[in-house]
Design a protein around this ligand. Structure first.
Ligand SMILES: NC(=O)c1ccc[n+]([C@@H]2O[C@H](COP(=O)([O-])OP(=O)(O)OC[C@H]3O[C@@H](n4cnc5c(N)ncnc54)[C@H](OP(=O)(O)O)[C@@H]3O)[C@@H](O)[C@H]2O)c1
Length: 296
């Protein structure tokens, strides 16, 4: 059978990329291939496109830093090479070939401010100017987003604090991260439940949607709300301790953004997308049954 869609994936070995591949495997209409090219190597990307002849590209490649974004503060050139030069290369080449690109970006380019105070429900929409460059990672992501606006072949999906259903072997899951912290801040934030959003990203790709979307669940949730659910549903013996943002800043190299993103644009297309408070309850039920299965 000739597949209707041919998708070339970049960053397929990463956390988000791996999940996208698993979803694509389930769709018989899609043929896909995972590029091993580095984003900064234009000729390699050209070769991949000439060979596979994709109808669309999904870009999950990008430098996020290990163990965390603090890494980017000391590796600025490597960060620019992937997140700015690399992403632009890919989109530019795809534009020359008239190929649509879905690009996973970040919503960590905003910070609560006087016009958008924490707890007010006043959120940042896709048109609001960026107001956060407290980390080099965020700075590069905002820069490249500005430049990508000049291209008409791009769908930019702004993920934030992604949460997956599994904590085992998934250290990048926001829940996996915060249950390991010795002390944790308690701030309401927009977050992305991947179970809900990654299938939407594929639907948006296949439909050829373009432009920028805040790619988070509606509403906000705080660190403590998540940790309390974790304690109630997964590990009754779990305990945690809070500290202030000022105290947190003393142990971090770079700042961390906290914000609420406006999801009206996304909800116009996907009105059934669950609010984060509902979605996280469902997630913990899935996680709980998975953990139970594993413990048998
Ligand atoms: N995880 C989060 O908390 C989060 C939040 C918001 C947005 N995002 C965005 O979502 C995207 C995917 O994140 P992730 O969590 O899946 O990250 P990840 O697990 O670190 O995966 C990133 C992938 O990109 C590849 N990559 C990096 N630089 C590359 C380059 N120059 N050329 C080709 N491949 C390159 C990496 O390959 P190598 O290891 O071989 O370099 C890796 O396979 C990133 O753009 C990230 O900024 C992530």
């Amino acid at each position: 059978m000739q597949q209707q869609y041919k998708i070339l994936i970049f960053g397929g070995n990463g956390w988000i990329g791996g999940k996208i591949i698993n979803l694509l495997k389930d769709n018989k209409e899609i043929e896909f291939e995972c590029s091993q090219s580095r984003l900064e190597n234009r000729s390699d990307i050209e070769k991949d496109i000439d060979k596979f002849q994709p109808t669309m590209i999904i870009n999950c490649a990008g430098v996020t830093g290990r163990p965390n974004v603090d890494w980017c503060e000391d590796h600025k050139i490597e960060t620019i090479r992937s997140n700015v030069i690399g992403t632009l290369n890919l989109v530019d080449i795809a534009s020359q070939h008239k190929i649509h690109v879905t690009n996973f970006a970040t919503g960590c380019i905003y910070q609560y401010d006087q016009q958008h105070p924490m707890g007010s429900g006043i959120s940042f929409n896709e048109e609001d100017p960026y107001n956060y460059d407290g980390s080099f990672y965020s700075k590069t992501k905002a820069m490249v987003e500005t430049l990508l606006k000049c291209y008409d072949n791009v769908l930019t999906l702004r993920l934030r604090m992604p949460i997956s259903d599994h904590i085992t072997n998934e250290p990048r899951n926001f829940i996996s991260k915060i249950i390991k912290y010795q002390r944790v801040v308690n701030i309401p934030n927009s977050m992305s439940i991947l179970y809900d959003l990654l299938p939407i990203s594929i639907d948006m790709t296949l439909k050829g949607y373009k432009g920028i979307y805040n790619f988070v669940n509606p509403g906000v949730i705080s660190h403590n709300e998540i940790l309390n659910l974790y304690k109630n549903e997964i590990d009754q013996n779990f305990t945690y301790e809070n500290f202030s943002e000022e105290e947190q800043s003393k142990i971090l190299k770079a700042g961390r953004s906290n914000n609420q993103l406006d999801t009206k644009k996304l909800q116009l297309l996907y009105p059934n997308l669950d609010n984060i408070q509902v979605s996280i309850q469902k997630l913990f039920q899935r996680m709980k049954s998975f953990e139970n299965v594993n413990n048998k």
